[in-house]
Design a protein around this ligand. Structure first.
Ligand code: LMR
Length: 336
């Protein structure tokens, strides 16, 4: 009888205990959204981060990866991050201009990086730090820089000289520097989300584009582009970013573990990036669907000359000093 009297209270208490226990054990979920395939440098880096983060936190953190724009496209993913609908992204460096942090577009200046050593020195030095500092007021914290690689040009006609670009509709990412770059070649830049490029090529909305071999191959752009020119005229890399409020609100031990996981994922992503791009270029060649041509040094010099005015034109947008500092880094490594 007595037991019956107290049964509701006992039940309520054990329910509460169960709920609190379950809550205490509920993992922190990180939704990591991106726009490329899993078998690309960014795709692999993201999966490695998931593996390392879950291991380092003993399962207290669960990383859900959403590749290939399955959750959000380019512009939406940045808005979703700011709103806290996702916790991590790795947009290309060309996509931060619309947020108001135009300085990121320095990475888009044609031929400004002679190689990855110069690029890494810029990322790891005061310029990289300052770029991440400029992100903070937008509610976004920068965690790491990840490589993809150098860009090549594709179209349905051969592209050997700057004159070949005249009048072509060329897809670009959301960067004013890339807009200026295409105009310097006499092309008409068309800004499109990454997920829309294949169809735009297929239907003739655009005639061509620029991208890394790994992106071109995994999105099957080579099936709807007859020519690819290995020009290495620009670079695509990523800033891995998180929602600042989310990141600052994490328990300190979890944040430290995630920082370690990010370090491991960064080393891995940067190590596989070149291999992925070399293999993708080979796969494009082997597909027989696209004719791949390499620019000679003389042809490259012509392209460089045609695109050089972009540096001056973009000084007022991204800062004369910043462009000079990147050039200085290249000079210090023996490049003019
Ligand atoms: C593009 O839009 O072409 C690239 O930025 C996609 C990516 O994330 O590599």
């Amino acid at each position: 009888m007595k037991l019956f009297k107290y049964l509701p209270a006992v039940l309520a208490l054990s329910c509460a205990a169960f709920t609190t226990g379950a809550l205490a054990q509920a993992p922190i979920v990180i939704k990591f959204s991106h726009v490329v395939a899993n078998d690309t440098p960014k795709g692999r880096g993201t999966l490695r981060f998931k593996e390392l983060a879950e291991k380092a936190t003993g399962g207290r953190v669960k990383v859900e990866v959403y590749p290939n724009s399955t959750l959000y496209k380019d512009k939406e993913e940045l808005e979703a991050l700011q709103l806290g609908a996702v916790q991590m992204l790795a947009p290309s460096l060309s996509k931060f201009g619309p947020l108001g942090v135009k300085e990121f577009e320095v990475y888009d200046i044609p031929y400004i990086f002679p190689n990855k050593a110069v690029l890494h020195a810029v990322n790891d030095g005061p310029i990289g730090k300052e770029l991440f500092r400029k992100l903070e007021p937008t509610g976004i914290t920068g965690l790491a820089f990840w490589d993809n690689g150098f860009k090549e040009m594709t179209a349905n006609k051969p592209l050997k000289t700057p004159a070949d670009f005249k009048g072509l509709k060329m897809r670009i990412q959301s960067s004013k520097v890339l807009d200026a770059e295409m105009r310097s070649l006499g092309a008409n830049p068309q800004m499109l989300a990454f997920s829309e490029v294949y169809q735009a090529m297929q239907t003739g909305v655009v005639d061509g584009s620029e991208n890394t071999p790994s992106n071109i191959f995994t999105q099957k752009h080579h099936e709807v582009q007859k020519y690819l020119t290995v020009s290495d005229h620009g670079y695509i890399g990523y800033a891995v970013v998180t929602n600042k409020k989310f990141w600052d609100g994490l328990p300190a031990d979890i944040r430290t573990a995630l920082e370690g996981a990010m370090k491991g994922a960064t080393t891995y992503a940067n190590a596989v990036a070149q291999q992925d791009n070399d293999k993708a270029l080979e796969d494009i060649r082997k597909s027989g669907k696209t004719i791949v041509t390499q620019l000679t040094d003389a042809e490259k010099a012509e392209w460089r000359k045609a695109m050089l005015p972009v540096q001056k034109q973009m000084e007022s947008r991204i800062g004369k000093q910043l462009i000079a500092d990147v050039n200085k880094e290249a000079a210090s490594q023996g490049f003019k």
